[in-house]
Design a protein. Structure first.
Length: 81
C-alpha cells in the first residue's frame, strides 16, 4: 500500500490546524485544568507495530523448520556415520 503523498499530508495538517483554531476561538475562557491532551505516541513506533505484525509468527515458523532440519541431519549422521 503506497504512502500518502506529501501534498495530502499537508492538506490534512492544515485542516486539523484550522479545526483546532476554530475550536479554541469558540471557547470564551481559558481551558480548565481537567482537560489534558492525549499522550502522543511516536508515529515511528505506531508505524512499526502495524507494518510488521506478521514478523513474529514467521520467525517462529522459520525456527521450527530450522530445528527440524537440524534434527534430521543429526539423525542421518548417526545412521550413515
Amino acid at each position: 500500500m503506497p504512502k500518502k503523498s506529501r501534498r495530502a499530508k499537508a492538506r490534512h495538517r492544515a485542516a486539523v490546524a484550522k479545526a483546532v483554531q476554530e475550536g479554541r476561538s469558540q471557547q470564551p475562557g481559558p481551558l480548565s485544568a481537567e482537560i489534558k491532551p492525549a499522550p502522543r505516541v511516536s508515529s515511528k513506533t505506531q508505524d512499526f507495530a502495524s507494518r510488521y505484525q506478521y514478523v513474529v509468527p514467521e520467525i517462529k515458523r522459520i525456527g521450527i523448520i530450522a530445528g527440524s532440519i537440524i534434527l534430521v541431519l543429526v539423525i542421518l549422521s548417526f545412521i550413515l556415520g
